[in-house]
Write a protein that binds this ligand. Sequence first.
Ligand SMILES: *Cc1c(COP(=O)(O)O)cnc(C)c1O
Length: 395
Amino acid sequence: MTVRNGREFLSIPGPTTVPDEVLSAMHRPAIDIYSGPLEGITLSLLDDLRRIFRTKGRTYIYIANGHGAWEAALTNTLTRGDKILVLQSGQFATSWGDMAAMIGIEVEVLPGDWRRAVDPAALEARLRADTGHQIKAVLVVQIDTASSVVNDVPALRRAMEAAGHPALYMVDAIASLATMPFEMDDWGVDLAVTGSQKGLMTPPGLSFVAAGTRAVAAHQQAGLRTGYWDWTARESDIHYKKYCGTPPEHLLFGLRKAFDMLFEEGLENVIERHRLLAGAVHRAAAAWAEGGAIELNITEPAERSHSVTTLLFNDGRDPMPLRDYCQQKIGVVVGVGIGALGGQALRIAHMGHVNAPMVLGTLGGFETGLIALGIPHGSGGLRAATEWLGRSVAA
Ligand SMILES: *Cc1c(COP(=O)(O)O)cnc(C)c1O
């Protein structure tokens, strides 16, 4: 017997739940790409990306997932043989670095901890030692979706300044944009990337790059530029060239609707909703952790992200039976551990189009699984989550 029929709660860290309004906006015939309203949609999206990244810089839309935006960031600003410094705090910055290595960039990883945010003092010390300014760019993720850490993006920039280092500062905001504050210009970020399928509530297939003045200046000298990713080519007034080919019309219709929804709610409210819902997940997880079998991967509460929560399984316990139970019996789908946490963790996503019933439903399903499988856990996880929301969301 199962109790899963009904709407499935997809609680993986991307793709996230696509709102019905976004799906409906995509359900229409194709339209002309050479004239008419599509051009206006493109320009409105490029402008609204500036609003969401909080930058006066330039924005670009790629028909690609986040990995494509990574490659666009690298090829538009760097030259074969350049050196970059990748700040480790989980899986994703180092994967970005692996792509850089494949195209001939020299990659140094500043070793980090999968359970903590990047230490700004370690960055400052490494940059101070680079007296010849060999390092051309520093790469970091704001939220690492594997470890579920949130890095302190402005503090890392201050560390670069304290070291007096001119490297470009590149930030992956794929799992953080529209879930936690991001202030590209105020924080001194030179280049930022994101994707459509996480906080932006749109199907996978689009990714975005925002470039500030220093990144645009680096672009003029960059030796790795290629036809498809090239910013200069995409600056063309010809609509077709902004996508280096046929625009992804239906994804653009969906994204337009998703942006309208974000602005209607208000970006600050969107971010506050994520903070409140993350608080519910963190409290439930802390209650479960009292049983000793599972724990929050990120040890420092202030470093826990508001979009995804990674739960570690102790004593070699296999997390997959719980994941399978949640999916097959309950109708809740949580993410698996990846990278160094493969086979040792599960990830509960709480980003994008999520509200309290969805998060509480996911937590309730997870807790049901802990009970069904006899996994030792502190009782009252769901109660801790509702206590938090009941106290935080004023009547
Ligand atoms: C999802 C994700 C990526 C990769 O995006 P894809 O669309 O899967 O290529 C990169 N960085 C972070 C932080 C992510 O969460």
